[in-house]
Design a protein around this ligand. Structure first.
Ligand code: PLP
Length: 396
């Protein structure tokens, strides 16, 4: 008997193990276990109150209907002004689209360039949805290794060497998840120069952590390479900077040649972003920015603590992350493989982290430790991790 059959893509689509770890941590906590969550990639701060109030006001004022599919005009203007203020980049508000979350831009871009026969370059270790979506489309995922020896930055030379006539899209992410790596401007300069020889390659720059760098480290935005702009898609959003992961808000900047395509995708799929959330996003960009600074000061303090603590654990070494809110310690000398260690730390040690291989094959030998938790909890977690490793050697 024949039965309805899903398209093949669904036998290849992946997911984000961070959500499974979050669910398991919740389950264990529900059983009365004290679990410290260093697994999740979201700020532990509430959305600043002025932003929440702006959404409530918008609801009271009647923002209940559809908005233009690309987002309300004042918000697109505010995005363009913000990118100009922070990066000095010229952005036309009519090249901006407001989308329901940062992920929606990568979904859209990968859908536009992925098909059987195409190759898409993506960072490994990197955000797992890149590879998942590439596989969904039937395109070939080509990993660009992100190496500890390079401070977890992209290597322009290695990236360029992987480009073939079949390469349709190159995905870049800096500051990066899961490593906290920040690619320096000089490396992007070399990449941009090399890309001139490959005009058939579109570029997706995931800059969702662009506010989050430390020690005065500069974030080099790909928007500042005019020679790339006509094939550059910029992914950004409010989730991380303004602690708004649950609001589902993002934006992207598109070259003119593909703007109609993404606008039509919006009309076909999500119509527009939740109207009051767009007013909240407008307040986030145009209102006071001190809560961002306060959050970054707290992240910086935790970053310093967590790196020192990880380096004090026998068998672990951790380069100092220069961006985002993740540390990516090398655990090779503990004798443990990363996923069994992450699982044992959760089940027996009461600490949620994510095994490096959940971010790609080059993530073996590493753990992702999110320091989006209070300093007090991070201290307890580091003590627990140390004790766990003293008392448990790697299985067999
Ligand atoms: N890009 C990167 C590198 C991320 O780490 C994340 C979230 O963790 C996203 C995009 C997606 O962000 P959003 O929650 O806005 O969809």
């Amino acid at each position: 008997m024949t039965t309805p059959r899903l398209i093949d893509g669904f036998s290849r689509i992946g997911e984000e193990n961070a959500f499974a770890v979050l669910a398991r941590a919740g389950e264990l906590a529900g059983q009365g276990r004290d679990i410290i969550n260093l697994g999740i990639g979201q700020p532990d701060f509430p959305t600043p109150p002025n932003i929440v109030e702006a959404a409530i006001k918008a609801l009271r004022d009647g923002a209940h209907g559809y908005t233009p599919a690309v987002g309300i005009a004042p918000l697109r203007e505010a995005v363009a002004a913000d990118l100009h203020n922070r990066h000095g980049a010229d952005v036309d508000p009519d090249s901006v689209i407001v989308v329901p979350g940062g992920k929606v831009t990568m979904f859209s871009a990968i859908l536009m360039f992925g098909e059987p026969g195409a190759q898409i370059l993506y960072p490994d270790p990197g955000f797992p949805i890149y590879r998942s979506m590439i596989e969904f489309t039937g395109a070939e995922p080509v990993a660009v290794p992100i190496r500890e020896s390079n401070g977890f930055a992209f290597s322009a030379e290695e990236t360029l060497s992987l480009i073939t006539p079949e390469t349709r899209l190159l995905i870049l992410n800096s500051p990066a998840n899961p490593t906290g790596g920040v690619t320096p401007r000089a490396e992007f300069d070399r990449l941009a120069e090399g890309l001139a020889a490959h005009p058939h390659v579109a570029i997706l720059a995931d800059e969702i952590y662009d506010h989050m760098t430390y020690d005065g480290e500069e974030h080099a935005s790909l928007l500042n390479y005019p020679e790339l702009r006509e094939r550059l898609i910029l992914l950004n959003g409010w989730s991380k900077t303004y602690a708004m992961t649950g609001w589902r808000l993002g934006y992207s900047v598109w070259p003119e040649q593909w703007y109609e395509a993404v606008r039509k995708l919006a009309v076909n799929c999500w119509s527009c972003v939740n109207a009051p959330a767009q007013f909240a996003a407008l307040e986030a960009l145009t209102g006071p920015q001190d809560s961002v600074a306060t959050m970054m000061t707290a992240f910086d303090e935790r970053r310093r603590y967590v790196v020192d603590a990880l380096n004090d654990i026998d068998g672990m070494s951790c380069v100092t992350p220069r961006g985002a809110f993740y540390a990516f310690p090398n655990i090779s000398d503990t004798g443990w493989k990363a996923k069994p260690l992450a699982s044992a730390l959760l089940e027996q040690g009461g600490i949620a982290t994510i095994g490096g291989p959940d971010f790609g094959i080059h993530g073996e030998g590493y753990l992702r430790v999110s320091y989006a938790n209070s300093l007090e909890n991070i201290k307890r977690a580091m003590d627990r991790m140390q004790t766990f490793l003293v008392n448990h050697s790697a299985p067999g």
